[in-house]
Design a protein around this ligand. Structure first.
Ligand code: SIN
Length: 515
């Protein structure tokens, strides 16, 4: 048996940053299903939010985060997030992350629903990549052990405590067991549930599925954030067109050239993400088109090419010069706001088991994540996991601030039809069509029945794609069943049959495996 103080599953910013802190406290193994560089972090363009600007304050960052979360943020967790942000930024600078500067100060940009420019960025629009490369270089030159191409398939729980994991070697097909004192899931989100998404192909809900099977509480799964603007070109995988493009003055136009956002929201292009995503959808429907456009032709080519070099280059490689022409965009699934329920120390309801990053739900995002709060959440709460585990402690169960909780198990639906196991593309189409930006009882029921039947028909996994498909089906069921239960609209969850927020639904939906 291989024994470590810390086992960290995943190698995005959450896994790498946690590992770099953990190595000061004990032996560390990172297990990752691909290579150390396969992760979602490197696709993050916008940046990291922190109240470090002259006209900013912790209180203002707190208020913006709470307002975006639409009644479901955990206020205590949000205070921790914004208060600890400046120190965590300093940590990243010390790790060597080269944030962009202007006149000798860290440069800040604006994104939707932030009252002031507050977003730090690196390499213009390559913030995630810079962080990932900086941290992975540090990990590579450290004593941290990294097991690549190894997929975690089971959490080993004994007497109510996480003891380690079983992992599948994707090359040899063999299974191995690893033991630890502290297990940290840092596996990212589940954007691959949806046909159109901005995520890397590793985002298959692995941590959420693993944790659920192990008896961990999973919360807020109905809140899936759709980014309003992903490049929409035939045959091209959706590519994020950062919100910062609108923050720097980008204008949304429909195919008739009309600037439509002021028709929907006083904040125009910088209205909250869910509002912009739905407005785009309505415009697409109204004009019979599968896209709208971002117009930045009024910005100087120098600004566009230096501030957004990746976006500029990617579009140019696909025949579009965005300094001269409009950028075709449409919404795409972007961020899993729900996930493994943790307290403000990253602890789950199973002793010794922690979660960090997109796979976790710390309560800071509520029903709608404020742009660029996610990498910040990683830094703040990973650090707290390390503080918590510094000395052997008796972990306590997570506490939440909501007044009413709804606990549910995920039972099999009464479906008589026998269906063949799904393909990944069928699963993604189903979620896009039935569990997408606008949902209703009928679409969600159809999806829930199909997913339940698919779950029954899935064969025993034998390789990485089949393990991932199993995880996606389970994660998709959690999203869909939660969306069916929540009979209101709030934040990113919009039900056309219940279009308003209702006070009785100011509560969380939590799932646990039935015993
Ligand atoms: C973006 O650059 O628009 C994405 C930032 C985020 O999702 O926080």
């Amino acid at each position: 048996m291989n024994q470590y103080d810390y086992i960290i599953v995943g190698s995005g910013i959450a896994g790498l940053y946690t590992a770099l802190l953990a190595k000061e406290q004990g032996s560390v193994l990172i297990i990752t299903k691909g290579s150390i560089d396969d992760c979602n972090t490197k696709y993050a363009q916008g940046g990291i939010a922190a109240a470090i600007g002259k006209n900013d304050s912790l209180e203002l960052h707190f208020k913006d985060t709470i307002a975006a979360g639409d009644g479901l943020c955990d206020e205590g967790a949000v205070h921790i997030l914004v208060d600890e942000a400046p120190d965590r930024i300093t940590d990243l600078v010390n790790f060597g992350v080269p944030f962009d500067t202007l006149d000798g100060e860290i440069a800040l940009t604006r994104e939707a629903a932030h009252s002031v420019p507050r977003i730090l960025h690196a390499g213009g629009d390559a913030t995630g990549e810079h962080i990932e490369v900086t941290l992975s270089n540090q990990v590579r030159s450290s004593k941290i052990q990294v097991l690549e191409d190894c997929l975690t398939t089971e959490i080993w729980v004994e007497k109510g405590k996480a003891r380690g994991v079983k992992a599948f070697d994707c090359h040899t097909g063999s299974m191995e067991e690893f033991e630890c004192r502290f297990l940290i899931l840092a596996t990212g989100g589940a954007g691959q549930l949806f046909k159109f998404n901005t995520n890397s192909d590793v985002a298959t809900g692995d941590g959420i599925a693993l944790a659920f099977r192990a008896g961990v509480e999973i919360v807020d799964m109905e809140f899936f954030q759709f980014h309003p603007t992903a490049l929409r070109l035939p045959g091209v995988t959706p590519f994020l067109i950062s919100e910062a493009v609108r923050g720097e003055g980008g204008i949304l136009r429909n195919i008739e050239g009309h600037r439509f956002m002021p028709d929907y929201a006083p904040e125009g292009e910088l209205a909250p993400r869910d509002v912009v995503a739905r407005s785009i959808l309505y415009e697409m429907e109204k004009t019979g088109s599968d896209r709208v456009f971002i117009d930045i032709t009024h910005l100087s080519p120098y600004v566009t090419t230096t501030r957004f070099p990746h976006i500029y280059r990617f579009c140019l490689d696909h025949g579009l010069d965005i300094t001269k022409g409009l950028v075709p965009v449409a919404p795409a699934a972007h961020y899993t706001m729900g996930g493994i329920k943790t307290n403000s120390w990253g602890e789950t309801n199973i002793a010794g088991l922690f979660a960090a990053g997109e796979t976790a739900c710390t309560g800071v995002h509520g029903a709608n994540r404020l742009a660029s709060n996610s990498m910040l959440e990683v830094l703040v709460f990973s650090k707290r996991i390390m503080e918590r585990t510094r000395k052997e402690i008796k972990p306590k169960a997570p506490t939440t601030s909501e007044s009413v909780k709804a606990h549910h198990s995920l039972s099999q639906r009464q479906v008589t039809k026998v269906v063949p196991a799904p393909s990944l593309s069928a699963l993604q189409q189903l979620h896009w069509d039935k569990v997408g930006i606008i949902r209703d009882k009928q679409s969600l029921t159809e999806a829930a029945d199909t997913l339940s039947a698919w779950q029954e028909s899935l064969p025993q996994p034998t390789d990485r794609p089949s393990y991932e498909l199993n995880n996606l089906v389970l994660t998709g069921r959690l999203v869909t069943e939660a969306a069916l239960l929540r009979k209101e609209s709030r934040g990113a969850h919009f039900r056309s049959d219940f279009p308003k927020s209702l006070p009785q639904w100011q509560r969380h939906i939590t799932f646990t495996r039935s015993k």
